[in-house]
Ligand binder design. Sequence first.
Ligand SMILES: [Zn+2]
Length: 290
Amino acid sequence: MKTLVAIFAHPDDESFGIGGTLARYSKQGVSTYYLCATRGESGTVDPEMMKGYDTVAELRSNELECASRELGLAGVHYLNYRDSGMLGSEDNRNAASLFAAATDDVARRIIGHIEELHPDVVITHDQFGGYGHPDHIKLHQATMRAYELMYGIQFGTNEKGLTTVVSTAAGSSQAIPRLYVTAFSRKFLALAVRLLPLAGQDPHKFGRNKDIDLVQISSWFVPITTTLNVRDYIPYKERASACHISQRPPTQQPNLVARLAFRRAQHLETFSRIYPPLKKGEHEETDLFA
Ligand SMILES: [Zn+2]
C-alpha cells in the first residue's frame, strides 16, 4: 500500500492545481492525504455564501471536506495556522498566521504528520509559491526544512532561484519519500498572457481579487520533470473544484477566455522533482511513484 501526502496552504490548493493527480492516485488505491496548513480564513467570500456558517474558516473547511470526498482522499489533516492573505495585507501581521510563524515551528508540525502517515511521495508548493502567495512560499521552505531535520538533506538555491539538493546524509538507511513541487505549464501561461488582453483582461491583474500577475509568473522558471496525464480524472477534479464555490473555481471564471484556457490545460498536471535530484540523461517521468 503506497501513501501520498500533498502539503499545501489553503482549502482549494488541492483541487484547482493538482486535483486530477490526487484523484488518479486515490482511485488507483494509493492512500492519499491532504495536509492543509490553514483554513483559508483570509479568502474573500460573498456574504450570501456565509449563510449557515459563523466563520470563513468553517465554510472553507466544509468546502474542503466536500472536495476530499470527490477526490477520494484518505483524509485531510490541518497544520492549524491562520491564512496570511496576500503579501502586505493586514492578515500577514496576525501572530497566528503562517506568515508570522517560525519556519522551524512549521517544519516540526509537518514532521509530526510525516511520521504518522509514512508517505512514499510528498508534494508541496514550488519556491515561488505558484503565483507568489506568501503562505505557499513559507510552506515550501518549511517542507524543505522538515526534510533537512528528518533526513539530513541539505537544500540550497541555485542561480535561477530554484531549490536544489546540496548534499544528502551519507549512509542513511531510511527510506526517504520522493519530494515534488508543483510546476505550472509554461505553454499554458504563455497562452493565457497572450489571450487575456484579447478578452479585455489585464494579465498583470488576474483572478477574482486581481492580485495575480501572470506576466511575472511566466518569467519564473520551474523545470518540469514529471507530467501526469489526468484526462480520465477531470470529472473528479471538476466536482472537487466546484466544492470550493466560495473561491470561484478556475473553470467557472466569468471570463470565457480564462475558462477555456484552464479547460484546455487541465488534462496535464506538471511537477518538478526535488528529491531524489534528477540524474543526467534521466527522461521526463509520467508517474510520481516511478
Ligand atoms: Zn493557496
